[in-house]
Design a protein around this ligand. Structure first.
Ligand code: SF4
Ligand code: SF4
Length: 288
């Protein structure tokens, strides 16, 4: 080997060592300290990366959770209370348990209740259909049934019922991540408290048209008659733009509004079947 070659190898090796030292020093100087608790919190999160917490994925949530002073505002709907308690413990804190929520569909306009008046033959996307027209029935507020909500649910918790053509939420699978709420261009889906033993009551309609128009379009529309508002003993119902809304924090699940609603727009979930009224009771009620 000639001495020139040896010298070249030596020089290159030396250069490599010098550059490595420079790189090491630069890396040390600009090193960003990352709190090891971010990894610990991320490890106990479900890893769904659904964004239901409002952060870009579980890592984003873990990062924000470790850095914030107030963890009470943060919640992972998929992990729920157990995960939040474990994450808080890593920070040496505690959190109060939150009530479980579930997605509810605020439209009951099946073909039986809501006649189709036009035929849509375009793209099978609710978002696209909404930009083109108001829907294939007389109700411009109702569900289009094209399943954008189904497509975004990472937990396989929604499907379109082939008879009603409406979405159905599987409450055992629903994690209340809210992806379907954001995906629905008609704002039909709402996250509501799951309620004791899953019992909950809500107005399954978002039609804001005047009563006659709403009823003409759909048999089970809220017609804004206000009977439920008057009948609720707990002041849980408000009326705005011809549409009733039940505040789930005030509702005591007495079901009086369900009985009073002339169109059946108020839905009850997971209640035992009502006992049939005996004739005498009915007579007494009539004479009262
Ligand atoms: S139904 Fe909606 S809220 Fe429930 S898991 Fe699916 S996308 Fe999330
Ligand atoms: S609930 Fe909304 S997103 Fe789901 S099918 Fe109906 S219109 Fe489409």
């Amino acid at each position: 080997m000639s001495s020139v070659l040896l010298l070249s190898i030596l020089m290159l090796s030396l250069l490599g060592i010098v550059l490595a030292i420079i790189l090491y020093l630069v890396a040390q100087k600009f090193k960003v300290f990352e709190d090891p608790r971010i990894d610990q919190v991320e490890a106990i999160l479900p890893g769904a990366n659904c964004g239901g917490c409002g952060f870009p994925g579980c890592r984003g949530f873990a990062d924000a959770f470790v850095k914030t002073d107030d963890i009470t505002r943060m919640f992972c709907p998929v992990g729920g209370n157990d995960t939040m308690a474990a994450a808080a413990a890593i920070m040496g804190k505690t959190v109060e348990a939150k009530e479980t929520q579930v997605a509810v569909i605020r439209c009951a306009g099946s073909p039986e209740n809501r006649k189709r008046i036009v035929q849509y033959d375009g793209a099978t996307s609710c978002k696209i259909a909404t930009s083109l027209y108001g829907g294939d029935t007389g109700c411009q507020f109702g569900c289009l049934g094209l399943g954008d909500c189904v497509a975004v649910c990472k937990f396989d918790a929604i499907y379109i019922d082939p008879t009603t053509l409406l979405p159905v939420v599987d409450e055992e699978k629903c994690t209340s991540c809210g992806a379907c709420v954001k995906a629905c261009p008609k704002f039909i889906i709402e996250l509501r408290k799951k309620g004791p033993k899953g019992k909950r009551i809500f107005v399954s309609c978002i039609n804001k048209d005047k009563g006659g128009i709403a009823r003409k379009a759909c048999q089970v529309a809220c017609i804004g008659c206000g009977k439920c508002v008057k009948t609720c003993p707990h002041d849980a119902i408000t009326m705005e733009n011809n549409l009733a809304y039940i505040d789930f924090n005030k509702c005591k699940l007495c079901r009086k509004c369900v009985e009073e609603c002339p169109t059946g727009a108020i839905r009850e979930a997971n209640f035992p079947p009502r006992k049939p009224k005996i004739e005498a009771e009915v007579q007494t009620e009539k004479t009262e």
